[in-house]
Write a protein that binds this ligand. Sequence first.
Ligand code: C2G
Length: 129
Amino acid sequence: MKRVITYGTFDVLHYGHINLLKRARSYGDYLVVVLSSDEFNKIKNKQSYYPYEQRKIILEACRYVDLVVPEVNWEQKVDDIKKYYADIFVMGDDWRGKFDYLNNYCKVIYLDRTPDVCSTTTKQHLKSN
Ligand code: C2G
C-alpha cells in the first residue's frame, strides 16, 4: 500500500488540479490532500473564492482523492508525512526544490504544472464577463 500526499489551495478546481491529482494518485494506492485553510491562505497571500469547507467538499468528490485534511502552517509537512504514513510527497514543479528536505522522510516528486490554466485567471475571466 503506497500512500501519496500533496498540498494546495485547490480553489475553483480546474483540469490543471485534476491532472496533478490524477498523476499524484497514480504513484500509489491512496492520496491524502492537505488543503490550505482560509487562515493559512492569508499567510500565503492567497484569497480563495471558495471557503475551505466548500473546497474540501469539491475535492472529496474527486475520484483520485481519498482523504482531505487541513493545512494550517508551513511547518506541518514532516508531521503529516508521519501521521498519514506517506511514502511519496508530490507537488507541481512551481515548487521544485522547495521541499527537497522532505526526502529524509519520503520520496519527493515534482510534476510539471499544466500550462495555461490557473484559478486566478479563471476568476478574473469570470469577473470580466
Ligand atoms: N497546479 C498544476 N497546474 C496548474 C495549477 C496548479 O499542476 N495549472 C498544481 C500546483 O503545482 C500544486 C497544486 O496544483 O501542486 C495545487 O495548486 P495551488 O492550489 O495553487 O497550490 P499552492 O497554493 O501552490 O499551495 O504547502 C504548499 C502549498 O499549500 C501549495
